[in-house]
Design a binder for this molecule. Structure first.
Ligand code: PLP
Length: 450
């Protein structure tokens, strides 16, 4: 495409005049004006092209502008662009069937929402009504969305301004060996101690007051920490013992991201009672999320109305996009590609970078879901920037991001970490090009080590 800097400047100026952006001090941001996108790349109006190692906000699992999904949305728009949720609509039924076919165990009923936070809102509502109990337990180092219940459940600083003490949420520590809250020295200890801590939390909160425990199967935004073997099975057992609903939040980790349809597929025998999803279900081409519901919880609402709903629940355009996305993923081996490129190229490539760059403290991940923990000192593990740093204190991470962009790579940055979360369709050559750009950007973070 021809560069068009004048149009780019006009788009950016109108944005600054009228668009109020998420999570931002409005006068301190300069959003890039994007002219287009295709596959793993997007480009601006100046003619700069970026390899997208963020998948948007970790959701374009099939990359941008997949022609079959674009066509399916166009066809649905031409035949039935919208219809109210109380009716049976072909695209909606088929999307629910395809999702239920992939979710584990007996999670065979699908409640559709517009995104992840609404999925979490409804999952916790279902759990509270199903159990008749008020509280929900969630983990520190988590993100569950920005609506009322979801932000209260979130375990990062984005919760602080919106916290309401009456939300009925109790936070606990989940396992994270690199920064172990339990002073563990290995994964076995971390697993045992985290489970004991959760068991104690349940005992002291009162098991009969707890409706649900919600966990990201593999925490995403908070740092991509795959739980140690046995942890999720242990949480499942605690939930069974106390009649607590287990909600696994797969909004980010689901639909191929980890090289499996769902992250929970990596943990044999673990089946949640509710599973929340969004993002990758249709690669975000049209907003869609939802809750996959077990037969026992579905039964609660078999003869008693479910007191929740949304005007756009199961929107035909979003559902048609999901049907096309799920079929494309199956036909083109997208989940297998994420597993293979993760195991053969990204994982080994990141470990090789860690060996050469003293600012890389740890590499963690699986599939297309990786984090680099950037540190000032590998021995003390002091983060490259302090927790929740802003402004000057965050300068080392800002200069890392600027260096990556100057090398044609759009990086995902959160606190002292960069996440490598490209589309699951990424090619070997693209993955290698991204690693080479990352290599150069890490030279900058190395200058901040002690
Ligand atoms: N849950 C998880 C695990 C997420 O990663 C996110 C978003 O990043 C959400 C919930 C919220 O989803 P949404 O932004 O679509 O409301």
């Amino acid at each position: 495409p021809q560069p068009n800097p004048q149009l780019g400047a006009a788009v950016a100026a109108t944005d600054r005049a009228h668009v109020f952006h998420s999570w931002s001090a409005q006068e301190l941001i300069t959003p890039l004006a994007v002219a287009g996108a295709d596959g793993s790349y997007f480009w601006d109006y100046e003619g700069n092209r970026y390899l997208d190692f963020t998948s948007g906000l970790v959701y374009t699992n099939i990359g941008y502008q997949h022609p079959k999904v674009v066509a399916a949305i166009q066809e649905q728009a031409a035949s039935l662009a919208t219809f109210a949720p109380a009716f049976a609509i072909e695209a909606r039924s088929e999307a629910a069937r395809l999702i239920a076919e992939r979710t584990p165990g007996d999670l065979d009923k699908i409640f559709f929402t517009n995104g992840g936070a609404e999925a979490v809102e409804n999952a916790t509502r279902m759990a509270r009504l199903h159990t008749g109990r008020p509280k929900v337990l969630s983990a520190y180092r988590s993100y569950h969305g920005a609506t009322a219940a979801a932000i209260n459940l979130t375990g990062d600083p984005r919760r602080w301004p919106s916290d309401t003490a009456s939300a009925g949420v109790v936070h606990f520590w989940a396992p994270f060996l690199y920064r172990s809250p339990f002073y563990s020295e290995n994964e076995t200890q971390e697993c045992e101690r985290a489970l004991t801590h959760l068991e104690d939390t349940i005992a002291f909160e009162g098991p009969g007051t707890i409706a649900a425990i919600i966990l990201e199967t593999i925490p995403g935004t908070a740092g991509i920490m795959p739980p140690p073997p046995g942890y999720l099975a242990g949480v499942r057992e605690l939930c069974d013992r106390h009649g607590i609903v287990l909600v696994l939040d797969e909004v980010m980790a689901g639909f191929g991201r980890t090289g499996a349809w769902f992250a929970v597929d990596h943990y044999e025998g673990v089946v949640p009672d509710l599973l929340t999803f969004a993002k990758g279900v249709n690669s975000g081409y049209v907003p869609l999320g939802g809750v996959a519901i077990s037969s026992a919880i579905a039964e609660t609402f078999a003869r008693r109305p479910y007191p929740g709903g949304l005007t756009y629940s199961g929107h035909p355009l979003a559902c048609a996009a999901a049907v096309a996305t799920l079929n494309v993923m199956a036909d083109e081996g997208v989940v297998e590609n994420a597993a293979r490129v993760g195991a053969d190229i990204i994982g080994p490539g990141l470990r090789e970078l860690a060996a050469r760059h003293p600012s890389v403290g740890e590499v963690r991940g699986i599939g297309m879901f990786w984090a680099l923990e950037l540190v000032r000192d590998r021995e003390t593990r002091e983060p490259l920037v302090p927790y929740n740093a802003t402004g000057e204190a965050n300068a080392p991470m800002a200069s890392f991001a600027a260096a990556a962009k100057a090398n044609g790579l759009w990086p995902f940055v959160n606190m002292n970490r960069t996440h490598v979360v490209p589309p699951c369709t990424i090619t070997d050559a693209e993955a290698k090009a991204g690693l080479a750009a990352l290599d150069r950007a890490l030279d900058i973070t190395d200058t901040h080590t002690t």
